[in-house]
Design a protein around this ligand. Sequence first.
Ligand SMILES: NC(=O)c1ccc[n+]([C@@H]2O[C@H](COP(=O)([O-])OP(=O)(O)OC[C@H]3O[C@@H](n4cnc5c(N)ncnc54)[C@H](OP(=O)(O)O)[C@@H]3O)[C@@H](O)[C@H]2O)c1
Length: 168
Amino acid sequence: MFFHEVDQLTWTKILRVNLEATTWVTRSLIGPMLHRRRGAIVNISSGAAVVVPSHPLYAIYAATKAYVDKISRSLHVEYKQFGIHVQCQVPLYVATRMVSVVAAVDKPSFFVPSPEVYAKAAVEQIGIGSRCSPFWAHSLQWFLAELMPENLLDTWRLSIGLHRRSMS
Ligand SMILES: NC(=O)c1ccc[n+]([C@@H]2O[C@H](COP(=O)([O-])OP(=O)(O)OC[C@H]3O[C@@H](n4cnc5c(N)ncnc54)[C@H](OP(=O)(O)O)[C@@H]3O)[C@@H](O)[C@H]2O)c1
């Protein structure tokens, strides 16, 4: 949807889940981990915020995922010295319930792993670096996106958003 079309209840819920819940849960875990001097926190951002320069017609979702990215990478630097590993993971499409609803992608393919395949790759990355896109084909897409001009990616994302909007 265009930003002005999103009803208040919907965008409030997105903020509550992606910003408030992530912040509260992360905050509540840090204390006990500090006490033990070890722990790992993995927050899930999205290619919508990190890989593409804009995500038109999904603006609120993408913006909240940029928050997840920034807070996680900042906390990584703050808490590394205390033995706590905070990591931001950046998935692109994974064949989950969410992506079948918002992107009409309902089965795994070369670039779209099943949840099981993705989760295995994700767990293997815990403890390695402040940010990653754990599934190798997502990393390849990220690399290719970085080679493309921003205005081309903007136009491409807008066309996808408009297409999906016309289908719903
Ligand atoms: N799938 C992708 O392509 C993709 C790409 C980039 C990022 N991500 C991110 O990956 C994460 C997991 O998404 P997913 O694809 O695994 O989606 P999913 O299969 O739809 O799972 C979403 C989970 O969030 C829970 N949830 C949703 N709204 C909630 C609410 N208001 N309060 C509490 N829990 C709520 C759901 O609980 P119930 O099962 O009880 O409904 C479910 O466990 C999300 O943060 C998503 O933004 C996914």
